[in-house]
Write a protein that binds this ligand. Structure first.
Ligand code: GLA
Length: 335
């Protein structure tokens, strides 16, 4: 049985490092992604990639440790196989126009596309959860659900307000008179794994003192004595509120407010959550100093990768102009 599956990457407009605290995020699926063209056959997954020299070869019968698979990109394929445990294999090819390590969720898009190609059958949020588990197995990083859910649930023309506690997805139409500009900092993400896990543990430490950060208000933060844990929690609590305000600003077409909230989000990620780098600071600085840019911030986990800006269509901001796009899809051709 022949199959074509496609899953987009994503860029997060606002709401970083809050998904694993059950917070609100506002990403959009983008017009770049991963396509799998393959045949469901045999008892192995064998796929080539146009961005890699070595193929992924995963045996369905012999269980593998996904995190130890080689070549490294095949770990995401192995993670999906480990979670879905399909009975029929896949032979084919992967094409992607997403830059790797840029913070545009190339790995989530591989996972979602491979899961659909393997015949995943379930709801959009079940697909996202399965692929989140695959990512955790493959990378060893305790990531949240945002990237996989944005890829699975994308809507053309809209960003996605996602409640990471209920997994409810509410499309928020992007105004016509705005562009989403993404610019690479020039720094491939590094050390993100251990630092990410450390940040997540610090949020858990805060929750042990004041309960779910999703429900906390700034006044609750005084009860946290450790100054580092308190700053991490302050980022999460204030970021969730910024996402709420940002969604309202987009709906009202108030791009000045939306941009200001993005810039505040960046400062919070830099000063309270400490996931920025000099290269990200330079990239954000260049964008916010460009006329016609409403605001800019690092996007995703931080420690390198991309920054994102909202800009007027006439602005001279340099970077990729990305469109909010539909989510993942699959077509099965009967022989
Ligand atoms: C990575 C993770 C997401 C999310 C972001 C930060 O992209 O995969 O789950 O935590 O970092 O917002």
């Amino acid at each position: 049985m022949k199959v074509t599956a496609y899953a987009p990457g994503r860029v997060n407009l606002i709401g970083d490092h809050v998904d694993y605290a059950g917070g609100l995020v506002l990403p959009m699926a983008i017009d770049r992604g991963t396509t799998v063209v393959a045949e469901r056959v045999g008892s192995r997954v064998v796929v080539s990639s146009d961005q890699e020299t070595e193929r992924a070869e995963i045996d369905l019968v012999e269980p593998v440790d996904a995190a130890a698979v080689r070549p490294a990109w095949a770990r995401y394929v192995a993670g999906v196989v480990a979670v879905l445990q399909p009975r029929v294999g896949l032979v084919g090819a992967i094409r992607s126009d997403l830059p790797i390590g840029a913070g545009l969720s190339s790995s989530a898009s591989i996972e979602v596309a491979v899961a659909l190609a393997l015949g995943f059958d379930g709801t959009t949020s079940e697909l996202a959860r399965a692929c989140q588990s695959a990512e955790q197995l493959a990378s060893g990083v305790p990531c949240g659900i945002m990237d996989q859910l944005a890829s699975a649930a994308g809507v053309e023309g809209a960003a996605l307000l996602i409640d990471c506690r209920s997994l409810e997805v509410t499309p928020v139409t992007l105004p016509d008179d705005v562009e989403v500009v993404v610019r690479h900092s020039g720094q491939v993400r590094a050390l993100a794994g251990s630092a990410y896990a450390e940040r997540r543990a610090q949020c858990a430490a805060a929750e042990a003192v004041i309960g779910p950060l999703r429900d906390a208000v700034p006044a609750d933060l005084h009860a946290i004595h450790d100054p580092v844990v308190r700053r991490r929690a302050r980022h999460v609590v204030t970021e969730i509120e910024r996402v709420r305000l940002f969604a309202g600003a987009l709906r009202a077409g108030d791009l000045e407010l939306a941009g200001a909230l993005m810039t505040l989000s960046h400062r919070s990620l830099r000063d309270d959550f400490e996931v920025s780098t000099p290269a990200l600071e330079d990239a954000v600085g260049i964008l916010v100093a460009t006329s016609g840019v409403y605001g800019a911030r690092l996007t995703g986990a931080g420690f390198g990768g991309c920054v994102v800006a909202l800009a007027d269509p006439s602005s001279l901001a340099q970077g990729w102009r990305l469109q909010p796009s539909a989510g993942a899809s699959v077509t099965v051709y009967d022989p």
